[in-house]
Each structure stands twice: as structure tokens, then as C-alpha cells.
Write a protein that binds this ligand. Structure first.
Ligand SMILES: [Zn+2]
Length: 282
């Protein structure tokens, strides 16, 4: 599943459409799921002729703003991605196109392909409705923010509800820090040299500070290497992301730790895999 950095890369790749006029926003025959949003909140046709003013990222959500009050909330889900084309013709390798947006400028087109159909593309009457939408309202500070919001992270982590939980579980909570998914959870803990099984209340202030720095470093590095959720994620330019090459532990169970040579372990926390080096992470 795309994590904060992959969604940020998607935003950056879509940024070139900002200030362009939509000539047509259309659903394909495969997009029954998205059809249900058009009746309730308005019509996708209303976006034709509007100018896309900004695409904002909040955690793993993209919010599309136009030059009228309606906004679109977009989540990539498990496998959704945007593919930018210089043509209105859909290439045959795009097998599950769901939404096609063409712009007045030349042949600029972007297509939302969503093979597993977990993506979202919903119309809201106004921005405030999106901000009131619970998964958005609950989002913690953005882990990609520069400088890293270390005070908020510290304060959030000190909430009673986390104290008896393992740090490897709570890092996925988007209300603690937004944008960390399963890959960067393992990678941040490896970089901070913290055992994912440690209880939050046992972490001292130095360790929390180190973890914050590690999260920030890991997420920024992931953006730079164009995201790393490899199996289904591609950048919208169709390039394979190159992020996995620098992973220390993620998906490396049974392989040797680069630092100490011990075997990297895999455990399950809240039904999600966590990878770590028992020798390096204390
Ligand atoms: Zn090690």
C-alpha cells in the first residue's frame, strides 16, 4: 500500500496540472464503484471546464481543489496510481483505468488505474466537509513536514492509550504521526536502533527523539528515491520506484543485517509484518 512518501511523489507528479483547465473528467466502464459518489454529492461533469488550482496532501490522502467550492478526496487505496500521458488514447498496458481527466492544454491527460479497487475518488460540496471527514480529522502531524514536528510527536506518544503498547504497533496509527506505513515503520525503528517490541512507556526521551529523527530521515529519503511500495506501486511516469534498494530490514527476513551480520527477523504485530535485527535494535 502506498505510504506517505509514495503519495507525496504522486502529488509532485500531478503538480504540473495545477492551473490547467479540465476539459473532461470521466469515469470508465470499470468504475462502477466511483459512480456512486456522483449521484450523492453532485456530478463529476461539474468539473469539466473548471481549473484545477491545487492538489494538497494530508497523510495518505490527496485533496483536489478547483476554482469553485467543490473538492475531490482521493485515496490511492492498495494499488491505485495516476499515470500521466501526452495522449488521449489509453495504452493497452493500462488494464484497469477508472478515471480519466483530460486538460485543455494540448493532449495532457492523467488516468487513475486501480486494479484492486480500494481507491477513493469522492466529491465533497466544500473543503470543510473533507476536513470534518473522520479519517482526515483524526490525522496526526505530517511525518514529512520539515522540520519534523518533534514536539507534537512526543506529546502524542505520551498519551495514556499508547503506554502499554509496543512501539512497532503504534507507529502505524495515523493519529500519532501521519504518513508512516508498514515499510517505513520497520525502517525507522531499524535506523533508530529500537526494538519494535519495546513498550512505549519504556522508551526514554533520547530514544523518542532518535525515533522522530529516524522517521523524518526515512520518509524524506523515500520521497527522494521515488517511493518503494514496489509490488503494485509505480510512479505516475510509469517508472518502477527505486526505494527498496536502501532498505535495511523491510522484507529481508532471513538475510544478514548489513551492520552486524545477524539474521533479520520477521514478527507479526497487529497482523502486519515487522522486520528487525535483534542484535542492533534494543
Ligand atoms: Zn544488526
Amino acid at each position: 500500500m502506498p505510504e506517505g512518501p509514495e503519495v507525496e511523489c504522486t502529488r509532485l507528479s500531478l503538480k504540473k496540472f495545477e492551473s490547467m483547465k479540465v476539459s473532461k473528467l470521466e469515469l470508465t466502464q470499470l468504475s462502477q464503484k466511483y459512480n456512486k459518489y456522483k449521484g450523492k454529492q453532485g456530478f463529476f461533469e461539474e468539473f469539466n471546464g473548471k481549473i484545477l488550482t491545487e492538489i494538497e496532501r494530508r497523510g495518505k490522502f490527496l485533496i483536489w481543489h478547483f476554482n469553485f467550492p467543490k473538492v475531490i478526496l482521493n485515496h490511492l487505496g492498495m494499488s491505485g496510481h495516476w499515470i500521466n500521458l501526452k495522449s488521449k488514447k489509453i495504452p493497452s498496458n493500462i488494464t484497469h483505468p477508472k478515471i480519466i481527466i483530460s486538460f485543455e492544454d494540448e493532449e495532457e491527460t492523467t488516468i487513475f488505474e486501480d486494479i484492486r479497487n480500494f481507491g477513493q475518488f469522492r466529491i465533497y460540496g466544500k473543503y470543510q466537509e473533507v476536513l470534518d471527514y473522520m479519517p482526515i480529522r483524526k490525522l496526526g502531524p505530517d511525518g514529512l513536514k520539515i522540520p519534523f514536528p518533534k514536539n507534537e510527536f512526543y506529546k502524542n506518544l505520551k498519551q495514556n492509550r499508547y503506554e502499554n503498547k509496543e512501539i512497532g504497533r503504534v507507529l502505524l496509527d495515523q493519529s500519532l504521526i501521519a504518513g508512516v506505513g508498514n515499510i517505513y515503520k520497520s525502517e525507522s525503528l531499524a535506523l533508530a536502533k529500537i526494538d519494535p517490541k519495546r513498550l512505549v512507556k519504556k522508551l526514554n526521551d533520547n530514544e523518542i527523539e532518535r525515533l522522530g529523527k529516524s522517521i523524518s530521515f526515512t520518509l524524506q529519503k523515500a520521497v527522494k528515491s521515488m517511493g518503494s511500495t514496489i509490488q503494485t506501486y509505480k510512479t505516475s511516469l510509469g517508472e518502477e520506484a527505486s526505494g527498496q534498494s536502501w532498505h535495511k530490514v523491510y522484507a529481508k527476513a532471513g538475510m544478514k543485517c548489513d551492520t552486524c551480520g545477524s539474521e533479520i527477523l520477521r514478527i507479526v504485530q497487529d497482523k502486519r509484518s515487522t522486520f528487525y535485527c535483534e542484535n542492533c535494535q534494543k
